[in-house]
Design a protein around this ligand. Structure first.
Ligand SMILES: [Mn+2]
Length: 424
């Protein structure tokens, strides 16, 4: 389904006067408004192909209606999202859930919606039909070289699909680990993982990056072979300059200081990308900013500071991706909310008075430092986001537009009630 521009324009016309009032106030208060609006216009967040269907929990899945049943329909959905918010101009594919049978056709389809292909993701956490060796006891760390070789070959195949589509990065997340003490020799598991990743890295094109994702728990309950950012960074350092650590917000134990991890990784120029989501207890994959918006802001505060320190362009230097999928909301509305929350955190981080913060830090003025951060965090920057969308031809209020136009009903009419998306 392609959304006609005039529908967005008439939505905007209805809301424009009210928007203009709020924006004018903010522009008067914040001299940096114009610069922030421009940065927001450029900032795109990739949508994962597996988040377009209703997710499940380990107890069940309650599918929504009108979900995309094919890769083409998933691209259509991201295209629709991008038309509405002009902030989701990329899609991240998971292989083998989304194998592009005809790469040229898929590439052209994505192009017609203004979409690029972000990092491609391999999957060695499930067995696929007809697969010779099982990943039940792991993949790249497995005790059996035949299993490792099969997993290596799969990752190399994923690179090939990505090359055909114009992707520039491979994300490797492993479910490898152990659930009981004694099950695994930790040192050998790590060494096997490194050797396997080296074999994959050797096949990485010159202008590609490899993102090594870590996770502290689940699906294994005693140990994970790439459990934290230290282990990921160790691997990335050993692999070479094209390898980076990827931070997924849900992959930490409760109360871990993620913003500090981000600051240190950026200082070493070893942060490759992000998987945004939010959580209360574990890897809940909830809407970004739904539970801990202040943490999200503090992370962006480090990102703005760290990327400037490295002299890197904010929008293009890291892989910005959502990795969320849950069982209650309409997936497209959920993604709109995630994108909004991410961009709010970014805009607030841009508001931080860095010179004043530096002085407060030098003077050990703890109160002042907190005031500076919270002044930025407590500013309602939503009119700046709305203005950046409006200038890009997108909707002033994406969620309202989607609901007012009954876009899910239109998708159900097109696809039927039974469509179930592949993915989690
Ligand atoms: Mn992830």
């Amino acid at each position: 389904m392609k959304l006609e521009q005039n529908k967005i324009d008439s939505h905007n016309a209805d809301l424009y006067e009210k928007h203009q009032k709020k924006l004018a106030y903010l522009q008067k208060e914040l001299p940096e408004s114009e610069e922030i609006i421009k940065k927001l216009q450029d900032f795109q967040i990739a949508i994962p192909s597996w988040a377009l269907g209703t997710g499940g929990t380990r107890f069940g899945r309650f599918s929504g209606a009108g979900e995309p049943g094919s890769l083409e329909q998933k691209i259509e959905d991201v295209g629709l999202l991008h038309a509405i918010n002009k902030s989701s101009g990329a899609i991240s594919l998971h292989i083998p859930w989304d194998i592009p049978q005809d790469a040229e056709k898929i590439k052209n389809l994505a192009k017609s919606y203004g979409l690029k292909f972000d990092a491609v993701n391999s999957n060695t956490f499930q067995d696929q039909k007809g697969q010779e060796h099982s990943y039940k006891f792991g993949s790249l760390h497995h005790v059996d070289p035949n299993v490792r070789n099969q997993a290596i070959a799969h990752n190399i195949e994923v690179i090939k699909y990505g090359k055909d589509l114009g992707s520039k990065a491979l994300t490797v997340w492993l479910a490898d680990g152990s659930s009981f003490p004694g099950q695994l020799n930790f040192r050998e598991a790590f060494q096997n993982t490194l050797a396997s990743l080296q074999a994959i890295y050797a096949e990485l094109p010159e202008d590609w990056k490899m993102f090594v994702e870590y996770k502290g728990f689940e699906p294994n309950f005693y140990s994970t072979t790439i459990a934290d950012w230290g282990q990921s960074l160790l691997l990335a350092n050993k692999l070479g300059e094209k390898a980076y650590t990827l931070v997924d917000l849900g992959h930490h134990q409760p109360n871990v200081n993620i913003e500090q991890i981000v600051a240190i990784l950026l200082g070493e120029n070893k942060l490759g990308g992000f998987h945004f989501n939010d959580s209360k207890y574990a890897d809940d994959d909830l809407t970004a900013g739904a539970i801990k918006p202040y943490q999200l802001f503090l992370i962006f505060n480090e990102l703005v500071d760290g990327l400037a320190y490295q002299g890197l362009d904010f929008a293009s230097s890291l892989g910005w991706m959502i990795d969320a999928s849950h069982n209650l909301k309409d997936p497209l509305l959920d993604l709109m909310q995630s994108v909004e929350a991410i961009k709010i955190a970014y805009a607030q981080a841009l508001l931080v008075d860095r010179k004043a913060l530096k002085i407060a830090q030098q003077e050990n003025n703890v109160v002042r430092a907190q005031e500076i951060l919270q002044d930025a965090y407590r500013t309602d920057v939503r009119p700046l986001l709305a203005e950046s969308r409006h200038r890009n031809g997108a909707a002033l209020n994406p969620v309202q537009l989607f609901e007012d136009l009954n876009l899910r009903a239109a998708l159900i009419k097109e696809r039927g009630h039974q469509g179930i998306a592949t993915g989690l």
